[in-house]
Write a protein that binds this ligand. Structure first.
Ligand code: SAM
Ligand code: SF4
Length: 363
């Protein structure tokens, strides 16, 4: 049985110019047939699913209305055996948080919220093209706490164009003031096919790797001092509040993804649903296959992925998983360190984690 379930909700109130996740502007007419299609897909997969973790991501799952959410969650509970779910995460954009939604989510068993704050600086929110304000973000955390959520993640982005070390420090310390159980702090990536990428290519902004590294080190130090363990390169949590779903993913466990653009990996098979909400709905209605990509992920690929992701965690990965030649080279370059029976990235390695991952995947 597959124990980890991801559900992709592709709707957003407004599209952020840096984002490359599969999403589209929320459309009230599409939401109902979309939820129906999602429930059909859940039904088809129910035979192989007994989730211990569920993660609703997007897009913006909270862009659905209260009624749509209730219908979807009720339908899922009727379709899947949810008796073993320990962690049920749900991504929310601060502009979409209401008391009613928080209540419904709690009632149906969602017990972890990930909220896309990104920055506490109004100018940076504007640069990021965010739909929400600082006040909405403050209020939404208060609403979630009042509703009883005791496991909240705050998503932040650093290296935003025009951001200074001071403004990032302020965003970090303001986040800490809410004492969230978890903080994800991502360095801004200029993803291809985004407006930010085009503006960067046009010379409006120049990525500054030295500043990126400074902000990264600053983040780790500030969060460690406040009691947050950097258990993965971009993820920090209070004791026992690591995201179990993401840990499973990084540890190479099988997972199933439902919804347009969602990936699944089970055994040696990986597939992806087509990234097109309209055709996802139509194919589902017509009983056609939803996937547009499938590949065999033999032992070697999954092993290398496990190493690439494992090295990014503070607990690292068992030495036996790492190709001896690669390990020797990375050790000699001071990019990984041995801790007991495991290897993980060194402080220097953390700064070039992406190129190390690429190198690991080549073997
Ligand atoms: C799928 S979004 C979910 C949150 C919700 N849609 C929102 O934005 O409020 C997941 C997170 O990915 C991060 N993210 C998205 N695009 C990014 C980029 N280009 N660089 C760095 N982080 C990014 C943001 O922190 C975002 O909150
Ligand atoms: S960052 Fe979040 S809200 Fe913005 S477009 Fe991406 S998924 Fe939507």
């Amino acid at each position: 049985m597959v124990e980890h379930l991801y559900i992709h909700i592709p709707f957003c109130l407004k599209i952020c110019p840096y984002c490359s996740f599969y999403k589209e502007t929320a459309n009230a007419k599409k939401a109902k047939p979309f939820v129906d299609a999602l429930l059909r897909e859940a039904r088809e997969r129910s035979w192989q699913l007994r989730p211990k973790t569920i993660f609703f991501g997007g897009g913006t799952p909270s862009a659905l209305s209260v009624n749509q959410l209730a219908f979807l969650l009720q339908g899922l509970r009727e379709t899947l055996d949810c008796s073993e779910v320990g962690e049920w995460s749900f991504e929310m954009n601060p502009a979409t948080v209401t008391k009613e939604k928080a209540k419904i989510l709690r009632e149906y068993g969602v017990n972890r919220i990930s909220i896309g704050v990104q920055s506490w600086n109004p100018r940076e929110l504007k640069v990021l093209g965010r739909v929400h304000t600082v006040e909405q973000a403050e209020k939404s955390i208060a609403v979630l706490r009042e509703a009883g959520f005791d496991n909240i993640n705050v998503d932040l982005i650093y290296s935003v164009p025009g951001q200074t070390k001071e403004s990032w420090k302020e965003s970090l310390s303001k986040s800490l003031g809410f004492r969230p159980e978890h903080i994800s702090a991502y360095c801004l990536t200029y993803e291809e096919d985004t407006e930010f990428f085009r503006r960067m290519l046009g010379g409006e902004w120049t990525p500054d790797e030295v500043l990126d590294a400074d902000l990264f080190v600053m983040t780790r130090e500030a969060l460690a001092a406040a009691g947050y363990r950097g258990y993965e390169i971009s993820n920090f949590s209070l004791a026992g509040r690591e995201c179990v779903h993401n840990l499973a993913y990084w540890e190479g466990k099988d997972f199933i993804g439902l919804g347009p653009g969602a990936f699944s990996t089970v055994g040696e098979r990986r597939w992806r649903n087509a990234e097109n909400t309209q055709s996802y709905i139509e194919k589902s209605q017509d009983g056609e296959a939803l996937t547009d990509f499938e590949e065999a992920v033999g032992g070697k690929i999954r092993k290398n992925e496990r190493v690439a992701f494992g090295l990014r965690m503070d607990i690292g990965v068992e030495r036996g998983w790492v190709n001896t030649e690669t390990a020797e080279r990375l050790l000699a370059a001071g990019l990984i360190v041995g801790k007991g029976e495991r290897y993980s990235l060194s402080e220097r390695g953390l700064l070039v984690a992406d190129s190390i991952a690429e190198e690991v995947m080549e073997f």
